[in-house]
Design a protein around this ligand. Structure first.
Ligand code: HEM
Length: 404
C-alpha cells in the first residue's frame, strides 16, 4: 500500500475539520499533492484536491479547468431558480464570462468603492457604540456579520428594513454546501423568496432610477449589450453572498488571530500604517474562502505524476496554497509585515475576486477600529470551545464571544 492509500479522508465540510485543516493540507502537499476524494457538493461525488501553491495557480489560470460545471448539475438545473444561481459569472467561461464581467465592472467602479470609506467607518463606529456598554459581545453577530451586510446592501441599494431577511436567506444557502439533505431542503424556499424579492427591486429601479449599484447594473451597457433579467438575478445574488459571507470570516478569524498573537497584535495597535499589509497577511493566514469554486476538466491534464481525466471535478485548495512552505517561509507564523506576500485568498486569473479592494478596505477599517476602540479585547471563552461553520468552501467562525 503506498502512502496515498493510507491517508484517511476527513469530512472536508465538517466544523471539526474546518477548525484546523492545515496539518491535513501539509500532509497532502508532501505526500499526495493531487488527491482524489469525495466531496458533498453538489451531492456526494469524487473530486480532486489540488494543494500545492504552483499547482493551485495552474488550476486557477489554465482554461482547460473550466468554471462552468453545470454538466455535473443537470438534475438541479431542471429547477428554474437553480439556473439563476448557476448563471452567475463565477460559473461561466469566456466568452460569456468576459462579457458579464465587463458589464458588472462598469457598475462596480473604484470610485464607487472609495466613496464608501466614510460610510464603512460610521457603520463600524455605530456597531461598537452599541456594544460598548455591555462589556462583552458575540463578535460574529454583533460586528463581523452586520457590518459587511450593511455595506453591500447600501452599495446595491437595498432598503434597510429588508436586510435582516437577507441574512437568513443567504446564511441558509451557504450552509447548504455542507451537502446534507436537510440543509439543501431548508435553502430551497429561501432561494425562491430571495429571487422573487430581487425581481421586484429591478422593476422598481427601472421605473425610478437611484444612485445605487442595482440601478447601475440595470442600466449597464457595453456596445449595445445589456444584462438580461436572469443575468441580473445571478449577479446580484452572487454579490450579496460572495460580498459578505467571506468578509464576515475575514473579520472574525482575523480578530481571533490577532488576539492569539500578542506580539503581532501589539504591532498592529501601535502602527496604523501597518493596516494594509496586516490585512493581506490575515487574508493569507485565515483564507476565508478555503476552497475555490469547482473546476470541471475539459480534457485530460497531467499535474506532477497524476493524470486527471476529462469530466472530473477539481478543487483548488486556496487555504493550502496560502500555507505552502515553498512559497511562504514559516507559513504557520503570522507576520503582519510579510514581504513578498503573493497570497491566493482572492483567487487568481480571470475570476480574481471582483470585490477584492472593497473587502480589503472593509477589513482594514473593521479591525483597526475594533482594536483601537477596545484595547482590552480578549476571548470570553476558552479557545477550545470555539465552533467553526460547516460547509465545504468557506472557513469561518460560527461565534466569537469576546469581552473588552
Ligand atoms: C475577504 C473577503 C473576500 C474573499 C476572501 C473573496 C474571495 C474570492 C475568491 C477566492 C474568488 C475566486 C473564486 C474562484 O476562482 O473560484 C472570488 C470571486 C468573486 N468575488 Fe470575492 N471575496 C471576498 C469579498 C468579496 C466582496 C466584498 C465582493 C463583492 C462585493 C466579492 C465579489 C466577488 C465576485 C463577483 C467574484 C466572481 C468574479 C468572477 O468570476 O469573475 N468578493 N472572491
Amino acid at each position: 500500500m503506498n502512502s496515498v492509500d493510507q491517508i484517511k479522508p476527513p469530512d472536508l465540510a465538517s466544523p471539526r475539520f474546518k477548525a484546523n485543516p492545515y496539518p491535513f493540507y501539509a500532509r497532502l502537499r508532501a505526500e499526495a499533492p493531487v488527491y482524489r476524494t469525495t466531496v458533498p457538493v453538489p451531492h456526494r461525488q469524487p473530486a480532486w484536491l489540488v494543494t500545492r501553491y504552483g499547482d493551485v495557480l495552474t488550476v486557477l489560470k489554465d482554461d482547460r479547468f473550466a468554471n462552468d460545471w453545470s454538466p455535473k448539475m443537470l438534475w438541479l438545473l431542471r429547477w428554474g431558480f437553480a439556473k439563476a444561481l448557476m448563471g452567475n459569472m463565477v460559473s461561466r467561461d469566456p466568452p460569456d464570462h468576459t462579457r458579464l464581467r465587463t458589464l458588472v465592472q462598469k457598475a462596480f467602479t473604484p470610485r464607487r468603492i472609495e466613496r464608501l470609506r466614510e460610510r464603512i467607518q460610521s457603520v463600524c463606529d455605530d456597531l461598537l457604540d452599541a456594544a460598548a456598554p455591555n462589556g462583552r459581545m458575540e463578535l460574529v453577530r454583533g460586528y463581523a456579520l452586520p457590518f459587511p451586510v450593511t455595506i453591500i446592501a447600501d452599495l446595491l441599494g437595498i432598503p434597510p428594513q429588508d436586510r435582516l431577511r437577507f441574512q437568513s436567506w443567504t446564511g441558509s444557502i451557504v450552509e447548504s454546501s455542507s451537502g446534507s439533505a436537510t440543509d439543501v431542503l431548508r435553502a430551497l424556499p429561501n432561494i425562491w423568496f430571495f429571487l422573487r424579492y430581487l425581481r421586484k427591486l429591478f422593476a422598481q429601479r427601472r421605473a425610478e432610477p437611484q444612485d445605487d449599484l442595482v440601478t447601475a447594473l440595470v442600466q449597464a451597457e457595453e456596445a449595445g449589450d445589456r444584462l438580461n433579467e436572469d443575468e441580473l438575478l445571478a449577479i446580484v445574488f452572487l454579490l450579496l453572498v460572495a460580498g459578505y459571507e467571506s468578509t464576515v470570516s475575514l473579520i472574525a478569524s482575523g480578530t481571533l488571530a490577532l488576539i492569539q498573537d500578542p506580539e503581532q497584535r501589539n504591532r498592529f495597535e501601535q502602527n496604523p500604517a501597518l493596516a494594509e499589509s496586516a490585512i493581506e497577511e490575515l487574508l493569507r493566514y485565515t483564507s476565508p474562502l478555503d476552497i475555490s469554486t469547482p473546476r470541471l476538466m475539459r480534457e485530460e491534464v497531467r499535474i506532477g505524476s497524476v493524470t486527471i481525466p476529462p469530466g472530473e471535478l477539481v478543487l483548488a485548495v486556496l487555504g493550502s496554497a496560502n500555507h505552502d512552505e515553498s512559497q511562504f517561509p514559516d507559513p504557520e507564523t503570522l507576520d503582519l509585515t510579510r514581504e513578498p506576500n503573493q497570497h491566493l485568498a482572492f483567487g487568481q486569473g480571470a475570476h480574481f475576486c471582483l470585490g477584492a479592494s472593497l473587502a480589503s478596505l472593509e477589513g482594514q477599517i473593521a479591525l483597526t477600529t475594533l482594536f483601537r476602540r477596545f484595547p482590552n479585547l480578549r476571548l470570553a471563552e476558552a479557545p477550545e470551545s470555539l465552533h467553526w461553520r460547516k460547509g465545504l468552501f468557506l472557513r469561518g467562525l460560527e461565534q466569537l464571544p469576546v469581552s473588552f
